[in-house]
Ligand binder design. Structure first.
Ligand SMILES: *[C@@H]1O[C@H](CO)[C@@H](O)[C@H](O)[C@H]1NC(C)=O
Length: 200
């Protein structure tokens, strides 16, 4: 099972490639404004283009994952009615987390807008952020697991563990970086307030 998966590693590579891609591009944008320059100074447009690219890469990754699963052996335990209901529930929870998170943050808030200097006015604390701190990542992981069980494939559960590890690493890079971007804005706001008082 595992060896066959290793012979067909495109799906696993795609899973790791996507967060690597958006973190490298995101930091290049933050430090050197590469995408904004590419789009003639229009950072909003650049962010939308990156969003479309990340979304498409996600579709390709999902397609590769489903194709990889199809060639794996099934396990009867995963094909029981209970397992199948559980799979549907996981996919539903995953989609609710991803869609409600995108709804709450908007397109630029979801797709690295803060790296482009497009910051949220305040931190979003309502649903789904009051049930998980990373609804995009955790929702996506739920969908991977749900799909593995829906297809009845133990190999899919192993790929989901890989997804989980990759996302934990991505979060450990992204969270402190984003927190730093917002902390910088708070310092600038505080400084602006201080100057305001002095000039009065
Ligand atoms: C999360 O917030 C929503 C409203 O935005 C609320 O209905 C829900 O009960 C909250 N959940 C938790 C666990 O606090």
């Amino acid at each position: 099972m595992l060896t066959r998966e290793l012979c067909n590693p495109v799906s696993a590579l795609s899973i790791a490639f996507n967060p690597l891609f958006w973190n490298i591009i995101g930091r290049q944008e933050y430090h050197n404004k590469v995408l904004t320059k590419l789009f003639g100074g229009r950072s909003q447009t650049a962010c939308y283009a990156l969003a479309a690219t990340i979304f498409s890469l996600g579709l390709i990754r999902d397609g590769l994952y489903e194709r990889a699963l199809r060639h794996q052996p099934s396990h009867p335990l995963l094909e029981t009615a209970e397992a199948q209901y559980f799979a549907y529930a996981l996919i539903a929870v995953g989609n609710i987390l991803v869609i409600s998170s995108t709804w709450a943050l908007g397109v630029t808030g979801t797709f690295l807008g803060d790296y482009f200097g497009i910051l949220m006015d305040s931190i979003v604390t309502g649903f789904p952020f009051n049930v998980t701190d990373a609804p995009m990542y955790h929702g996506s992981t739920c969908s991977f697991l749900g799909t593995a069980i829906l297809y009845g494939k133990p190999a899919g559960i192993i790929i989901t563990l890989w997804v989980y590890v990759v996302y934990q690493i991505a979060l450990s890079y992204e969270n402190p970086f984003t927190a730093g971007i917002y902390a910088k804005r708070e310092r600038e706001r505080a400084a602006a307030k201080g100057n305001d008082k002095k000039s009065r």
